[in-house]
Design a protein around this ligand. Sequence first.
Ligand code: 5GP
Length: 178
Amino acid sequence: MEVIQIKDKRFRTFIPEADILKEVSRVAREISRDLKDERPLFLSVLNGAFMFTADLMKRVDIPCEVSFVRLSSYEGTSSTGKVKELVGLSEDISGRTVVIVEDIVDTGLTMRQLVGTLQARNPKDIRIATLLVKPDKLQVELKLDYVAMRIPNDFIVGYGLDYDGLGRNYRDIYTIAE
Ligand code: 5GP
C-alpha cells in the first residue's frame, strides 16, 4: 500500500489502476451494447472526468462523438445559494442521445442540475456514466445508467480527482489515511 501526502492530508491506495480499468472496460461494453445504433454524444465534465473519459472512450467501439463541458460555480442570488453554470457546450443536442461522463456522484445535486440544464435543450435521451458513486450520500432521485464503482463516504483523490487542485495525475485512486 502506497501512502502519499497532498498538502496537509495523507492518502493511501484504495483502488489500483488495474481494478479501475476492469470496471471502466465493463462500462464501455455496456454502453457499446446499449447505444450501438444511437451515435451518442459523450459529454465529459471537466476537470475531474478527464482520465475516466480517456480510458472509457478508448474502449467504446461504436460510432460516437466526444465533447467537454465545465460547470462553473458562482454564488447565485437565488435562495438555493450555489448555482453551477454549464460552460462550453457548443453542440446542438436536440434529438440526440447524450451520455454525461462524470467523475463522482456524491449528493447528486450537481448531476441533477446538469441533467435539468441539458433536458431543456430537447435531447432524445440523456444517460449518466459515472466513475464513482457514494450511494449513502445520494440526496436526490437519479437514474445512474452506468456506474464503474460504488464507494463509501470517504474523500478520495487520484485518477482525475483532486484535493485542492492537486492529485489528479495519480493513476490509482487514494482514500484519506487519517
Ligand atoms: P455532488 O453535487 O454530487 O454532491 O458533488 C459532486 C462533485 O463533488 C464531484 O463532481 C466532485 O467534484 C466533488 N466530489 C465529491 N466527492 C468527492 C471526493 O471524494 N473527492 C473529490 N476529489 N471530489 C469529490
